[in-house]
Design a protein around this ligand. Sequence first.
Ligand SMILES: CC(C)(COP(=O)(O)OP(=O)(O)OC[C@H]1O[C@@H](n2cnc3c(N)ncnc32)[C@H](O)[C@@H]1OP(=O)(O)O)[C@@H](O)C(=O)NCCC(=O)NCCS
Length: 118
Amino acid sequence: MTFPELKSKMRIFEDLYYIFLPKEGHLVWRYSTWNNVEILDIEAYKKRQGIGSKLIKRLVSDLDKNPPNNILGFTKEVNEDAQAFYKALGFELSSVIKLLYRRGGVVFISPYKKLRDL
Ligand SMILES: CC(C)(COP(=O)(O)OP(=O)(O)OC[C@H]1O[C@@H](n2cnc3c(N)ncnc32)[C@H](O)[C@@H]1OP(=O)(O)O)[C@@H](O)C(=O)NCCC(=O)NCCS
């Protein structure tokens, strides 16, 4: 493989994608390996008003034409709000991985197809 070919193969991982809903919240994602989508940041500027769910639904709808295998991400073990949120939306949570973050973290993951039913 040449270096330009390698760069071209990795190109898909270079971009970040933003869903920005002014005064509501944001979600930032990127492609990961094996056609997975990784959520890097999600925030609802006002909590428990359905904004987080709306952002996930928007992500799912944006990906409809080119569906990934899974949507996944990492969250801190101490972030119980986020874990409750992902669980409520049907994501699977891993057991605590002590090496993730300073005080441990978990992986959240869901097949893309399952999130289509939200
Ligand atoms: C995680 C976050 C994005 C959730 O957004 P949200 O708009 O508050 O979530 P929603 O209103 O869509 O909640 C959907 C469901 O998730 C569950 N849920 C959400 N927050 C919860 C909490 N703090 N405790 C328990 N359950 C919760 C509930 O079942 C909720 O449904 P309900 O309100 O009808 O009971 C929000 O808490 C946030 O911005 N946190 C700070 C940033 C952050 O930690 N991001 C995650 C980094 S990985």
